[in-house]
Design a protein around this ligand. Structure first.
Ligand SMILES: [Zn+2]
Length: 367
């Protein structure tokens, strides 16, 4: 080969490698499976409906170029909740979509809803999370594996959600798109976007939602969910939402701009809270900030734009601007900052931990 041919060859390889890394990767999670049937009413079995619909969504998405579909299961097998998260995280997916069916003793209940991780005191939302989380009791040593988690206890369910949730804005976005698409493609009742603590979503480090596609306990809706016509409609709707999400977030992200650029690098400022004198809560090399909001709009970091909060910093990640309150090396102070933010009305704020310029899991940081 001539030098030029060699160069072109290398260039081609590079381009191929790059376009491969630019694939949008979606992880589809069919709830339940194997010995875990999920909710079963009137002969409508959740594990079958979720798998059939997931496979249909995968089929639609696979027709798109530059999309890779990862499945947590493609057959009728039992997959532990931890393993579902492992599959998603190992695949470095851009989006995790878990699909389920709802059930209620009140068999008149009907409609679809999409969940993002979050704290809820809403009894109905807690019930849904408790039902879905109960599958862990089919796993051996679940109390050890899931840090003493008790699926029957509301405290356990709420505890799941009080943790780092840096993808909340994107998760809410895809959840909204799913609900919109359901309204467009089905005649089912739209029950909206909700928050609750789902064990399957807990360890997943990408935007993530859990869809309750409808109630198997409702005779009519159960029949719809169980029919291939119904599953086609649901799959069409969910695919449409996923593609919309890809267009809004991923296409921008995979453009020429670097994946993460700090828009305005502020000097680390002292917060209003006095630094704690005891060092017990300081963690080596770790900085904590409180993310109070995220938006597609860029706001000046002035107190008047943030309900009077000072020391706001901003970071642009993917297509959205994330706003942080304060910065500290003490976890105790970070918790005070979080309480301040909550008191100002930023109720979905959460603490993020940064080590060597990279975000790390809060649980690791506190260790
Ligand atoms: Zn389920």
């Amino acid at each position: 080969m001539t030098k030029l041919a060699q160069l072109l060859f290398v260039l081609l390889l590079t381009i191929t490698a790059q376009s491969q890394t630019k694939k949008f990767k979606v992880v589809l999670d069919a709830g339940h499976g194997g010995k875990d049937y999920g909710a079963t009413y009137h002969g409508n079995i959740e594990k079958k409906i979720s798998l059939n619909t997931v496979l249909k969504v995968g089929e639609i998405l696979s027709k798109e170029s530059n999309i890779e579909v990862v499945y947590t299961r493609k057959t009728d097998v039992f997959v532990e909740l931890n393993e579902r998260a492992n599959i998603a995280n190992r695949s470095k997916g851009h989006l995790f979509v878990s699909m389920h069916c709802n059930a209620n003793d009140n068999q008149a209940a009907a409609g679809n809803e999409t969940y993002v991780m979050g704290v809820t005191r809403n009894a109905a939302n807690l019930e849904v999370a408790k039902k879905e989380n109960a599958v862990v009791t089919l796993e051996s040593d679940y109390k050890i594996k899931y840090d003493g988690f008790d699926p029957k206890s509301p405290e356990s369910v709420m505890g799941i959600s009080i943790m780092q949730e840096e993808n909340i804005q994107q998760s809410i976005d895809i959840a909204g798109k799913v609900q919109q698409a359901f309204t467009k493609f089905t005649t089912s009742k739209n029950r909206g976007v909700k928050q609750a603590g789902f064990l399957v979503l807990r360890e997943i480090i990408m935007p993530r939602v859990l869809i309750e596609m409808g109630f198997v306990s409702n005779k009519n809706e159960g029949a719809f969910l169980n029919s291939s016509e119904g599953q086609n409609k649901l799959a069409e709707a969910i695919s449409k939402a996923i593609l919309g999400y890809r267009d809004d977030f991923f296409k921008l992200e995979s453009g020429v701009t670097p994946k993460k650029d700090v828009v305005k690098k502020e000097e680390p400022k002292k917060t209003d809270v006095k630094p704690s004198t005891d060092n017990k809560t300081a963690v080596d090399g770790v900085t904590f900030k409180v993310q109070i909001s995220a938006s597609g709009k860029k706001l000046e970091t002035l107190p008047k734009n943030f309900k009077g909060l000072k020391n706001i910093s901003i970071e642009k990640e993917n297509a959205i601007y994330k706003y942080f309150y304060g910065t500290t090396t003490s976890y105790a102070i970070a918790k005070q900052l979080l309480a301040d933010a909550n008191a100002k009305g930023y109720s979905s704020s959460f603490i993020v931990a940064i080590k060597n310029g990279k975000k790390i899991k809060l649980s690791e940081a506190i260790k």
